[in-house]
Structure formats: C-alpha cells, structure tokens
Design a protein around this ligand. Structure first.
Ligand code: GDG
Length: 497
C-alpha cells in the first residue's frame, strides 16, 4: 500500500487534500458512481485544473477502498486508500482530537498519543508518494490543510524539482499553545518543505514564523523565512491569504424567485415571528453554539425578548460523530435547546428550531434570506464561510450579521456587529441591537459587507495563492520561460449579475 505509484501519468498541477472533491454514491442496484461535492475549493480550482492539466489526490471517504485513478468532469481523481485503523488514528485521532483542539486554542483538551502520531506520519507519506508519483517535471503541488502538514517536506525530499504550496484552513496557534505538541518540530519542518505557506489571518502567519524562530532558529523577515539548504538558503513565503466563497453563485441563487418564495414559506412555517435569528454550523465546540443559546435564553428569561416575537433557527450539521468530545457537545446543546423550549414554548411556537441535519444549498440560501439576524459566535475559527455566505446572499441589502472577533472573517467584515462570544452580556446587547436596528443602518452596513465579499471571492483567493507560487517558480527558473505561462494560471471569475 505504501509503494510510490508506478504510473506513467504526469500532471502539471496536483492538489492534495484529505478528502477528494467527489463522493461515492451507491445505487440501490449496488452500482457505484461519483458525485462532485459542491465546496468552494473545487469551484475555485476547477478552471485551473482544466487549464493546467490537473489531478486531485485524496481519500475517497470510505475505509479499505483501493481504487484506480479515474476522470471526473475534467479532473483526474487519484484516490489514496486508508484502512479503518488509519481512519481512527490518523484522522479521528491525530487530526481531529490532537491538532484540531490544539490549533483552536485548546477550547477542548487535545489528546496526545504516540500511535496516532505514527499513523499520521505513515498516512502523510502515502499522500506525498502519490503526489510525487504523478507530478510532471517542474510541476506544482498544492497541499491543503492540517491533516497533511508533513506532506510538503516529504514531497520535496522525493521531488526537489516541484514547486510546492500549502494552505492551512484552520488557525495556527500562538507558540505558548503550539509548543505543547510533542511533535512540534517535525510539523514545522514538514510545512517548511513548501515554497509558499498560506494562512487565513496575518496573526496565524506570525504565530507560525515565531514557532520557526523558536524551534529552528531560522531567520524570518515577514513574509520570508530563510531555510538553510546546502551552502545557501531557500526562501519560504509564509503569509495570509484569506479564503472566501463563490460569492456570485450565492447571490444568483438568492435572486431566483423560487428561492425567495421558499424563504417566505420558511418564515410562515415558523409562524411569521417578528424576528428570525439563524445559526448554521457544523456541530463543533469551536463554533460557540452553547454561548449563543445561553445569551438567548437569558434574554428570554429576563423578559428583554418576548418568546412570541422571535425564533432562533439553529442548523447543527452532524460532524465527527465518533469523537468523544463531539458526542458530549451534542448532548449539552440538545439539553440546552430542550430547556429553552421547555421554558418558553407555546402551542404552535418554539423559541428554538433545532435541526441536527444538513440541507441542500438551495435551502441554505433560502434560510439566509429568511433570517433577520445571522449569529456567528465562534470561539475560534480559521475564516468562517457561513458569515460570507449570508452576506453574499443578501442582495436585498437587509439582515444583520453578528460576528465573533475570533473568526478570520472579522478581519474583513468590520461592519458586522463584532462580538466577543465569551462576553455573554455583550452578546445579549448585540442581539437586541441587531433586532432593533433601523432599516437604514442595516442597509448601510450590509452594503459595505457585500462590497468586501463580492470583490474578494474564492477565485481571487486562489489567484493570489497561485500568483505567489508562480513568482517562486519564476525566481527559481531565472529568465527561463515559465512552463506554466501566466495566462494558464488565470482563474476565470463568475460574471457579475
Ligand atoms: C474550515 C475552517 C474555514 C454547513 N451546514 C450545511 C452546509 N454547511 C457549509 C456552510 C459552509 C461550510 O459548510 C462550513 O464552512 P465554515 O467556514 O463555516 O467552517 P468549517 O467547516 O469549520 O471549515 C473554517 C473553512 O475551513 C474554509 O477554509 O473557513 O474556519 O474551520 O460553506 O455553508 N452546507 C449545506 N448544508 C448544510 O446543512 N449545503
């Protein structure tokens, strides 16, 4: 299973992520087919993939499945197999129960287990070997996220001719927290195998540079880190590339009459309350769902909100359901929801509508349109795309976004009502302010937010990252022509409507 792929296929542009951008669907007759998952990353990279002869390396989502590479809608898909034990150690263990809590400011205690780490190393090597085995001479490899932090160095060791990028979708913690990790040096060395290391926020990039100085003593001159190599140094760029969404596609969907009709139907279904508040999150302890419920419950108890006038819709998408901390979180949230509804429900009206399941994108956009107030109260979040999706959907320039200052999105969305979710009184004040805000104030804020989100969309994000990689490649090749010309790197943007 670990042997490098002996293949004659070669691709100029290789994306590596834990999950492939396709889901395996089994029909009732037992036949298998593949559905493209609708994430922003795929949307952003698809044109580049097509233009640059691209392949995507990742896990297909089911254990013990060893599949041959195949084509899916113009993208070469290269599956990496994972055993059930690796899934438990590398993914649920080291990725989701060690790195995830550690990188999110230890909101939950991280678990450190040596066998999880060993599995992480082994699986990262398998991904690296697959990528190195299919990249064309002088090609580009772009590695995604915290599950694969050792891959950049592993790929570089195998294929020094490649240009390597890495993007971290979650925060990079301050050194005082990061230094708890028993394998802190190996991870930093793994990342430094890349030419460009992208983070969501400026603060994440500085935290990383500081870890490099403290652990390895390399010189750093923002955004450059000088990594000694042979007799000289290799220059690594570590800086912020805040991710975004396919903003126009959200706006276009929201403008469709059927989606607007559905938004009205949702409000009617909720009993046409004066105010609909909305939370949409993976059910994760980083998202501050408990904090928002607490603030809401107190407002109802204190009589500052009338339960008949308001409904909170909370979509809590099931997530990591086999990890203990998530099992506990679900119990806590559902207990709190039960208490609020027990205290304040009347026949025909519940102050909280709680859904522990996901919805199709159309329904999400209808919900965004139906919501007067959007609650994003994360305790720590790399970016938070939900905040941007809400803004992109509100072509009517209405609705109020309450946004935690501990999200990457708050660096850009300054005209949201910014809150500290730990400050329950402050959160309550923000909820009341949002509910009472004048239409004029709502529109002026939403207009400003929309300008940011429509301008800085996911196409621009990938373009900026790929430009940074192209610069590295150009420096390395001196005056040699770049094998991937600038034209080919241009990410087309959706036309304005
Ligand atoms: C990580 C980082 C960073 C959720 N429920 C449904 C649904 N969703 C979609 C949302 C949004 C996405 O899932 C969640 O993205 P977030 O950014 O909010 O959070 P994470 O999943 O934690 O993502 C985060 C992100 O990576 C990207 O770099 O921003 O900080 O933690 O797009 O809409 N979509 C549908 N139905 C649902 O029920 N269709």
């Amino acid at each position: 299973m670990n042997a490098p792929q002996q293949s004659t296929e070669r691709y100029d542009f290789v994306v590596v992520s834990n999950r492939l951008p396709v889901d395996r669907v089994i029909a009732p007759d037992g036949s298998a087919s593949w559905n493209r998952s609708p994430g922003g990353l795929v949307t952003a990279l698809e044109p580049v993939m097509r233009a640059a002869d691209g392949a995507w390396v990742g896990w297909a989502g089911q254990p013990d499945l060893d599949l041959e590479p195949f084509d899916n809608e113009g993208i070469r898909i290269v599956p990496v197999p994972l055993s059930a034990e690796e899934l438990q150690r590398y993914y649920e263990g080291f990725s989701n129960d060690t790195l995830w809590p550690l990188y999110h400011d230890v909101i939950a205690p991280p678990s450190f287990h040596r066998e999880w780490w060993e599995s992480y190393v082994e699986v990262n090597r398998r991904f690296a070997e697959r990528a190195a085995g299919i990249a064309a001479e002088g090609g580009t490899v772009w590695v995604q996220d915290y599950q694969l932090q050792l891959v950049p160095k592993m790929v570089r060791d195998l294929r020094p001719d490649l240009t390597i990028g890495f993007f971290n979708h979650i925060p990079f913690p301050p050194y005082g927290i990061y230094s708890q990790l028993p394998w802190r040096t190996q991870i930093v060395e793994g990342l430094l195998g890349a030419d460009v290391i992208g983070f969501q926020r400026v603060a994440d990039a500085s935290n990383f540079s500081r870890a490099v100085r403290r652990l390895l003593g390399h010189l750093t001159r923002n955004p450059v880190i000088e990594v000694p190599e042979g007799a000289g140094v290799r220059r690594v760029i570590a800086k912020a590339f805040p991710i975004s969404i396919d903003s126009r596609s959200f706006e276009q969907l929201a403008r469709e009459p059927r989606i607007q009709a559905r938004a009205r139907e949702i409000r009617e279904g909720l009993g046409n309350p004066r105010t609909v508040m909305l939370g949409v999150d993976r059910l994760d302890y980083t998202k501050g769902i408990g904090h928002r419920l607490k603030a809401y419950h107190e407002l109802l108890r204190e009589g500052r909100l009338n339960a008949e006038d308001v409904t909170l819709v909370q979509v809590a998408n099931p997530s990591r359901e086999r990890v203990e901390a998530y099992i506990q979180l679900r119990d806590e949230i559902e207990l709190t929801v039960g208490r609020i509804n027990g205290d304040f429900s009347t026949f025909g009206h519940n102050p909280v509508n709680y859904m522990h399941h996901g919805y199709p994108r159309d329904e999400m956009v209808a919900l965004y349109l139906a919501a007067d107030v959007m609650l994003v109260t994360a305790l720590r979040d790399g970016m938070n795309l939900v905040a941007k999706e809400y803004v992109a959907s509100r072509f009517d320039e209405d609705g109020v976004l309450i946004l935690s200052e501990f999200t990457g999105a708050s660096d850009e969305l300054k005209r949201a009502l910014l809150i500290n979710p730990h400050d329950i009184e402050g959160l309550k004040e923000a909820m009341l302010r949002a509910i009472q805000m004048s239409r004029r104030d709502r529109s002026s804020r939403m207009r400003a937010l929309r300008r940011r989100v429509l301008e800085n969309d996911v196409a621009r994000w990938s373009q900026r990252f790929l430009d940074a990689l192209a610069d590295v490649k150009r420096d390395r090749h001196g005056s040699d022509p770049d094998p991937l010309g600038e034209l080919e790197w241009t990410v087309p943007r959706a036309p304005s409507s």
